[in-house]
Write a new protein. Structure first.
Length: 142
C-alpha cells in the first residue's frame, strides 16, 4: 500500500513540529514577567541566604548569574536544571519547594540572566521542560 501525498505531508509537518519543539531555547521567552516576580518572592524567602541578594553566590553556594553559571548549564535541558534544583535545593531543606515555586524561581533566575520573558509561564512538568535547552548565548536565527 502506497502512502498518499496528504499523509506524507502530514508526517513531514509533524516531524518539523517535533524538531522545532526539541530545539526551543531559554532565549525564546519561556517564562512570564509575572512568574519571575513570584520567583523573586520565593527566592528571597528560600534562596537568598545562600545565593545572595544579587544571585552572585558566596562561600556556600554558586552564583546563579554570570558567565560561570551560564557555561555550567550550557547545552543542558531546562528539565535537567529543574530536577537537579528541585531535589537539592534549598540546601538546608532539599525538595521542600513545590514544583510551581521551583518553576517561578527558575523564571526569576532567567530574568536576572537577561533572558527575555514570553507569553506563557515556564512549565512545572519535567517532560515539558526537557523540550527547552539552556543556551549560554542567544542562538543566531537560522
Amino acid at each position: 500500500m502506497r502512502a498518499s501525498p496528504a499523509l506524507i505531508g502530514c508526517l513531514a509537518l509533524l516531524a518539523s513540529v517535533a524538531t522545532a519543539q526539541s530545539t526551543r531555547s531559554v532565549w525564546d521567552g519561556v517564562y512570564t514577567e509575572e512568574q519571575a516576580k513570584r520567583g523573586f518572592d520565593v527566592y528571597h524567602q528560600s534562596c537568598v541566604h545562600c545565593h545572595g541578594p544579587s544571585l552572585e553566590g558566596g562561600e556556600i553556594a554558586a552564583a546563579l548569574v554570570g558567565p560561570t553559571f551560564m557555561s555550567n548549564w550550557n547545552g543542558v535541558s531546562v528539565g535537567d536544571l529543574f530536577e537537579r534544583t528541585r531535589t537539592s535545593m534549598p540546601q538546608d531543606k532539599p525538595g521542600t519547594l513545590s514544583r510551581q515555586n521551583m518553576a517561578d524561581v527558575l523564571a526569576f533566575v532567567f530574568s536576572q540572566n537577561k533572558m527575555p520573558p514570553g507569553r506563557a509561564e515556564l512549565a512545572r512538568q519535567p517532560e515539558m521542560l526537557k523540550l527547552i535547552q539552556f543556551d549560554a548565548v542567544k542562538p543566531t536565527p537560522k
